[in-house]
Design a protein around this ligand. Structure first.
Ligand code: ZN
Ligand code: ZN
Length: 404
């Protein structure tokens, strides 16, 4: 039996599902894993899957993929572009797209498991496959762990995972130490006093308060974080008001913060809070702003020894030149909760999905950031080939490094 991975990818791409709603995706993945002879449990951490392949004595390797999509309207113009819609947490109907490539992750995972099943005479140990929900909320890994997977399944000797990214297809980016940033997601409510748009002096305008706050927050990365370091403060959502002649009573901001370590995290969080409260005071607010933490993600730290082994396995499988150190990414992941809770080493790498000629051209022109759509862009579109194959080879070779 050979699984048609391209067909699987196209199907998943055209049927993206929002976080914690991935029931169709999970059903398809579970069926493939069952067909391949694995013991499969569905509904783990709401919509996740755990599948086990026991193949004699030996190490336990956890391989993880995520499967949720994003509220983004796909603008790639591809014949297989998503036209799907979904209902988000707030009950709003939104367009849905696999703008982070998690459809590619599930496809490569199924391909890698198929390969490992075919090669089972050559290795021994236990492969535990995790297909997790809601990575985009930073909540899916935690949900699976809270469901007790560490008690019910063999504990890992190593946790492996991969993410498709805007590198040239065929290239793998991996580094020892901090591979991805830590992150916090905050919701901030600024309280003003509502009133008539013609009588601003009788109100406390939360929109002006929000505008001043947003601009001032930008001085954290530019004026407070060491220029040699990394700090990101993004306000990704702002909501206030319903009509031009009504000054609303409140404004809501959603922040995404990124840093490489706990020390920078404490410093940036303190600055964010100081500025929010000070701008509210500057506006004459009568009520303190509310600052709520929606999620906290640790930095993704690759274990030194395990990463050295994976790096050499990837070089053997894909060629010496195919593996590069991409530097630390300011994106964040919840994959490391699996390794942290289990006390096991983690190796998490990136694999490229961009047409190599196009990537080389953008690179030569110094225009990678402008010309190559990144994850979460409505134009994000990994090349199907060779990206699927490279993802399959990378994941299966890395697993074999520990199982052989
Ligand atoms: Zn993402
Ligand atoms: Zn992602």
């Amino acid at each position: 039996m050979t699984i048609d991975l391209e067909a699987l990818y196209l199907d998943l791409h055209q049927h993206p599902e929002l976080s914690f709603q991935e029931t169709r995706t999970a059903g398809i993945a579970a069926q493939h894993l069952r067909d391949l002879g694995l013991e499969v449990e569905e509904g783990v951490g709401l919509t996740g899957i755990v599948a086990v392949l026991r193949n004699d004595d030996g190490p336990v390797v956890w391989v993880r993929a995520d499967m949720d999509a994003l509220p983004v309207e796909e603008l790639t113009g591809l014949p297989y572009a998503s036209t799907a819609q979904g209902v988000d947490r707030a009950g709003k109907t939104v367009p849905v797209m696999h703008a982070c490539g998690h459809d590619m992750h599930v496809t490569a995972m199924i391909g890698a498991v198929e390969k490992l099943v075919g090669e089972r005479a050559e290795w021994s140990g236990t492969l535990v496959v995790l297909i997790q929900p809601a990575e985009e909320y930073g909540a899916g890994a935690r949900a699976m762990l809270n469901d007790g997977i560490l008690d019910r399944y063999p504990k890992p000797d190593v946790v492996l995972g991969q993410h498709v990214t805007p590198l040239a297809a065929g290239t793998i980016g991996v580094r020892t130490g901090t591979q991805m940033a830590a992150s916090d997601g905050l919701t901030v409510t600024l309280h003003g006093r509502g009133g008539h748009g013609s009588r601003p002096h009788s109100t406390i305008d939360p929109i002006v308060m929000a505008a001043a706050t947003i601009m001032r927050l930008q001085t954290i990365p530019s004026r407070e974080v060491d220029p040699q370091g990394v700090g990101v403060v993004t306000v990704g959502s702002i909501h206030a008001g319903l009509k031009n002649n009504i000054i609303p009573a409140e404004a809501t901001l959603e922040l995404s913060l990124r840093y490489p370590d706990e020390q920078s995290r404490q410093k940036v969080l303190a600055s964010v809070e100081r500025i929010i409260r000070a701008e509210a005071t500057a506006s004459g607010a009568e009520r303190e702003p509310e600052i709520r933490t929606d999620h906290t993600l640790p930095p993704t730290i690759n274990d030194e020894e395990a990463t050295a082994r994976v790096t050499s396995a990837l070089k053997r499988a894909l060629g010496d030149d195919a593996v590069i150190d991409p530097g630390m990414f300011t994106g964040s992941e919840d994959v490391s909760w699996f390794a942290r809770d289990a006390g096991a080493p983690l190796v998490f790498w990136f694999w490229g999905g961009v047409d190599p000629a196009r990537f080389a051209e953008a690179s030569a022109a110094g225009r990678v950031a402008q010309d190559i759509p990144t994850n979460h862009s409505p134009f994000f579109a990994p090349e199907i080939h060779p990206t699927i194959d490279v993802g399959v080879t990378a994941l299966s070779s890395a697993a074999r490094e520990f199982l052989d």
